[in-house]
Design a protein around this ligand. Structure first.
Ligand code: TLP
Length: 345
């Protein structure tokens, strides 16, 4: 990349081998199920996560929307986190387009939703109330630092869902980061889930696309919803070709991004004007803040770093989220730390 971009892993460019695979991709009309590259990606994604079938979708937002609309009808309720991506950052799509009601539970610092609150939120059979159809978890949980949520917890939530005849969906935009950090097979991590969305873009570097996986029946329903929201694509094999490299190759190297995040976090912790909780840096995200008396705001510092070819995004007056990815190398971290040290008064 031409600059050091820590705003998100969504900014990552496709790798040179992705560009080559895209140029040479064998394609067909995916609405007729005739794109061999899309079909291969869907099969491999499903297998990798231990599910029966997969569906290529345009984005993570579309994947979550399609999943929730496939699980829930109008007026049904989904239990989700009050700081989940679906609740905060997907333009309210599940209620705008699906009439799906949401029950928001507080996301804990460890990325979980309290189990007693989940149990308490499941509605009894009462005509005054919406019907609880779905629980949605996020893994890694972005807003609390990209925290990986362990299998034991996911399994417990899955058991609660099963006991009440409701489904479990996982927004696994970064599920491979979670599996890497927890040192477990992604299949095991999502075994309790009825559906999982994960992103091929973000840390896996594909230019476009996410996957939804689940049972054959669920994916058949999801495919209708994808059509409804305008997400059925034609020669999408061009994109799926990059997705295959994302899935097969880029999922295996995420520990490098976690190591650069750690290096960055440890360097930031040595700067007196910075407050950071190192225990919260477990994947590729580094959350930190400037001490209130530093004399420079986070947006001002972000602006000044542009002169060093460094792009970062402030969250509020004092906070930052830096995200590492394939294009961020250890030497970039050294440059970033030097620039911050220079610019802090
Ligand atoms: N997250 C983006 C922003 O929208 C915040 C980012 O920079 O982190 N689930 C999770 C957990 C996500 O973090 C995101 C994107 C999505 C879903 C949506 O994916 P896209 O951007 O492909 O629609």
């Amino acid at each position: 990349m031409d600059y050091i971009d820590l705003r998100s892993d969504t900014v990552s460019w496709p790798t040179p081998d992705m560009r080559e695979a895209m140029a040479n991709a064998v394609v067909g009309d995916d609405v007729y199920d005739e794109d061999p590259t899309v079909n291969e990606l869907q099969e491999k994604a499903a297998r990798r996560l231990g599910k029966e079938a997969g569906l290529f979708v345009a984005s993570g937002t579309m994947g979550n929307l399609v999943a929730i609309l496939a699980h829930c009808g109008r007026g049904d309720e989904v239990i989700l986190g009050d700081r989940s991506h679906t609740y905060l950052y997907e333009a309210g799509g599940i209620s705008v387009l699906g009439g799906v009601h949401s029950c928001q539970l507080p996301v804990q610092p460890d990325g979980t939703l309290p189990l007693d609150l989940i149990r308490g939120a499941i509605r009894p059979d009462n005509l005054h109330m919406p019907i609880t159809r779905l629980i949605a978890l996020e893994n890694t949980q972005g807003t609390v630092g990209g925290i990986p949520v362990p299998k034991r917890y996911v399994d417990t939530v899955g058991a609660i869902a099963q006991e009440h005849g409701i489904a479990l969906h996982i927004d696994g935009a970064r599920i491979f980061n979670a599996a890497t950090a927890l040192d477990c097979d992604p299949k095991d991590l999502v075994a309790a889930a009825d559906s999982v969305m994960f992103c091929l873009s973000k840390g896996l570097c594909a230019p476009v696309g996410s996957m939804l996986v689940g049972s054959h029946d669920f994916i058949a329903k999801a495919k209708r919803v994808r059509k409804l929201v305008g997400g059925a694509m034609r020669q999408a094999g061009i994109l799926a070709a990059a997705g295959l490299i994302a899935l097969e190759k880029m999922t295996l190297r995420l520990a490098d991004d976690h190591a650069t995040a750690r290096m960055l976090a440890e360097g930031l912790a040595e700067i007196p004007q910075i407050e950071i909780d190192l225990a919260h840096v477990q994947t590729n995200m580094v959350f930190f803040s400037l001490r209130a008396d530093t004399g420079i705001s986070a947006p001002e510092l972000a602006e000044r770093l542009k002169a060093y070819n460094i792009r970062v995004r402030a969250g509020g007056q004092h906070g930052f989220r830096f995200v590492t990815h394939y294009w961020i190398r250890p030497e970039h971290i050294t440059q970033v730390l030097e620039a911050i040290n220079k610019e802090l008064p």
